[in-house]
Design a protein around this ligand. Sequence first.
Ligand code: CA
Length: 310
Amino acid sequence: MNNRLVKKFFALLIALSLLPAQAWATGYTGTKYPIVLVHGLFGFDNIGPVEYFYGIPAALRADGAQVFVTQVSAANSTEARGEQLLAEVKQILAVTGASKVNLIGHSHGGPTARYVASVRPDIVASVTSVGGVNKGSKFADFLLGVAPPGSYSNAVVVSLGNGLAKLISVLSGQPTLPQNALLAANSLSTAGSLKFNAAHPEGIPTSACGEGVYNVNGVSYYSWSGAQQATNLLDPSDPALVLTSLAFSGEKNDGLVGSCSSHLGQVIRDDYGMNHLDEVNQVIGLVNIFETNPVTVFRQHANRLKNSGL
Ligand code: CA
């Protein structure tokens, strides 16, 4: 055998043995507990090839995380969605043999995950809220304001909302999930959110725009969000988010949720150059090229959970 080739072979073996052991054992995103993703209003697990958390599950799995994508009612109250999520979490624990899960919820998925951690802290390692509607959305307030319950306009908005929610549930293969757009709007309003927080206060900042307690009943709480509406000229959803952001009258927001409302537990950042859809890498990866990619932000967070022993 060629002498130089043998030398090269052994040099390669030595180089491989010097790599950090952890890179082999678990990987950058190899959390101790499974990661469970929870969608927001009008959300889904996947419709055909299009995932709600676009490209995120694969990116987390690539370096060691066990990832589950859940599906709850596209439109319903936080409590109804929370009970559905709790049932799914129990199934995930049964399948994996894990004792806890790391919940990551986007938008209405934030409060939905908080519900599960509030009623069953023993089976939740962490809750992470991404663009979470934790203290309500001024846009939900606006909708309920211009279309108050009982009015004709409310009936139209609710019927459109229910129709969209049903369509999503059929397309995503869960046609039997109950949908109720009026209950969803109430849960997402400021008044509805504050009522929910009174019953489930874990991780919610007590000040208007501070951080919350980092760990409550053994559950770690984290949050991040964006604060820019127009981020990509090619994304057809940007103009709509510019419009909805008008409901916030100048307050920092991602188009649908105010930065301060997104706060939960440890605030990682509340002003990424992302809008509400960019936060989950939508629409199909059209995000701000001048900001950290949302997929990277999710990977960094999985690594944060891993390093915290979660
Ligand atoms: Ca986008």
